[in-house]
Design a protein around this ligand. Sequence first.
Ligand code: 5GP
Ligand code: ZN
Length: 117
Amino acid sequence: MAGEPQADCLFCKIVAGDVPATLVHETATTVAFRDINPQAPTHVLVIPRAHHRDAASLAAADPQAAADVLRAAGEVAAAEGAEAYRLVFNTGAGAGQTVFHAHVHVLAGRGLEWPPG
Ligand code: 5GP
Ligand code: ZN
């Protein structure tokens, strides 16, 4: 069920502390940790503690939690000293989503081309 921990979800396991991660920021509703395969000098994933399959599903089910994720992303960027950064929500396998627990990528620390490809 949406919001409930999923036994087969990697990011639910990180929230639970069952899979280790390098945490950089935590709130009552969010967790942020460094991506295991960084695509920029700063590459942090911010996730809701509750399980939702993607960002839009999160926003539909719990708008406050979606806002909490965005606020945390901004706080992570500030803590990393990023003057400019990019937030990415890959949604659907065709767009590169591989973990189906909502997450935003915070990317910074290098030139970020636009359009992103
Ligand atoms: P997606 O491709 O779904 O948008 O993003 C998933 C991200 O999770 C990828 O950038 C991938 O490198 C990262 N990732 C996958 N497994 C792990 C893990 O075990 N630990 C951490 N910290 N990141 C992971
Ligand atoms: Zn999950």
